[in-house]
Design a binder for this molecule. Structure first.
Ligand code: FAD
Length: 443
């Protein structure tokens, strides 16, 4: 039996979903919640430690009540997270409802977008963009200067945009702490080395300083590191993407304010410069990188092991430059001020993995962000808390269930619906030392 005053809870990971879970548990009155993380908030390796993330839109047909499970789940998530981004004071200062331009370059991908986004339906609120002039007109004069070769797309003006990720994550963690959640961050005290497994159940976790953190219930929110702490039967593939920043002048920052997100599903995306460092973030689009260990190193298991690096492969640098040449050529030769690889973890169908562990009854999983888990930070912790309390909506429980059968014989090189770059999942192990950028480290 779970009760806010009686149950002790340990959360492993104070990143995007861990901080949201801590906040929601505190709001439900839980008085004995501890969160462990090897880094101070915001964690240097959290996928959410980023200047901005895309906050998508509700689809035109959302919430009719007749959709299949997965559409119901994604529609409900968008509807609830949008409401929370607009109204929850912990998150609302960080939401920018600036709109979204979605585009592709190859005819087959343009057609996919049209169908998937329902872009031609009048009720979808999309405006078609057919020419370079159309694209340029979505932003103030002087922002988009490119020729947009072969680009076709759509513009949605409201109900979507971007969020300041790092600030939202930090805000959630600090509010949880203010409400009484205990944060143990930094290494070795917050660095979980193993789960404590006794009598066939999880009893807490052991950290690098040798301490044991025992709790009635444990919640695993370690993102891409989770497979190192628990055998997930191949359900998570840690995969990294690449991002780069370029410095903008104060005049450019003014001109680039309140811009819609611009996303070409084959080329990449950019969001307006961040208000503190005056840097424009660009992600080149590709199916991702893994870091496969050799079978001799990992006992025959196929494991992609995350690592931190503040550089990106030079092919990604070229991808960013190509994207800029097509939409903002005046910025294409500007040197990068910052770059990094950013790890997330994909399930086979990219639906989240939020469930009770089938054998360890005291263990709840809150993992599997699959490249789209930031936008839900205001509400995701509520669902993880529902799961812990055994009252998760059955359609969500079904979509996010423990499903090792879907990972049997998993194609580890599956692009999982993503495109761009070489149109294949690459391996960092094959990137030679001189094939990385050499950006001066930030002091
Ligand atoms: P994280 O936020 O990574 O948190 C994991 C935490 O676990 C970290 O704080 C880490 O320090 C901690 N941890 C690691 N090891 C241990 C340990 N041993 N002990 C204790 N704690 C540990 N989503 C969107 O919605 N919109 C976007 O535009 C978007 N863009 C993205 C762009 C990139 C380049 C990437 C990589 C992801 C993007 N995502 C986006 C996805 C989103 O960022 C992730 O799905 C989400 O942040 C995952 O949250 P998480 O809590 O699972 O993982």
């Amino acid at each position: 039996h779970i009760g806010p005053t009686s149950t002790s809870i340990l959360i492993i990971g104070c990143g995007t979903w861990g901080s949201s879970t801590a906040l929601h548990l505190a709001r439900r009155g839980y008085r004995n919640v501890t969160v462990l993380d090897p880094y101070e908030v915001p964690s240097a390796i959290s996928a959410g430690n980023d200047v901005n993330k895309i906050k998508g839109y509700a689809r035109a047909d959302s919430f009719s009540g007749n959709e299949d499970h997965e559409t119901y789940v994604s529609s409900r998530l968008v509807a609830e997270s949008t409401k929370a981004w607009e109204t929850d004071p912990v998150f609302s200062p960080y939401y920018h409802d600036t709109g979204h331009v979605i585009a592709a370059s190859k005819p087959e991908h343009i057609e996919d977008l049209r169908v998937r986004e329902g872009a031609d339906k009048p009720e979808s609120g999309f405006l078609a963009l057919r020419t370079a002039v159309d694209f340029r007109s979505t932003m103030p004069k002087g922002v988009l200067t490119g020729e947009f070769p072969s680009w076709k797309g759509w513009h949605k003006k409201t109900g979507c945009g971007w969020v300041h990720a790092r600030k939202a994550l930090t805000s959630a963690a600090m509010e949880a702490q203010r409400m009484g959640v205990k944060l143990i961050t930094g290494s070795p005290a917050g660095d979980v080395k193993a789960l404590i497994i006794e009598e066939g159940d999880v009893k807490g976790a052991r950290t690098a300083d040798g301490a044991e953190h025992r709790a009635d219930r444990t919640i695993l929110c370690a993102g891409a590191t989770a497979p190192q702490l628990l055998d997930l039967k191949g359900q998570l593939r840690p995969t990294a993407w690449t991002l780069a920043h370029i410095k903008m002048t104060p005049e450019e920052v003014k001109l680039y304010k309140d811009l819609p997100v611009l996303f070409n599903v084959e080329r990449g995306f950019f969001l307006e410069p961040d208000e503190d460092n005056h840097e424009l973030k660009i992600c080149d689009e590709h199916p991702g990188y893994c870091n496969w260990t050799s079978p001799s190193q990992d006992g025959g298991r196929n494991t992609s092991v995350p690592f931190a690096r503040h550089q990106i492969p030079t092919v990604s640098e070229e991808g960013v430059s190509q994207f800029l040449r097509e939409c903002m050529p005046h910025l294409a030769d500007r040197p990068f001020a910052f770059a990094r690889i950013c790890w997330c973890a994909d399930t086979p169908n990219r639906a989240f993995l939020i469930c009770q562990h089938p054998e360890y009854t005291s263990l709840t999983l809150g993992i599997g962000g699959s490249g789209h888990g930031f936008k839900d930070i205001p509400v995701i912790g509520g669902y993880i808390a529902d799961c812990l309390e055994g009252k998760l909506d059955p359609r969500m429980a079904r979509t996010w269930r423990w499903r090792p059968e879907t990972a049997v014989g998993r194609d580890w090189h599956d692009v999982q619906g993503r495109m761009g770059g070489s149109d294949s999942v690459l391996n960092f192990a094959n990137v030679k030392e001189d094939e990385w950028t050499s950006i001066a480290p930030r002091l």
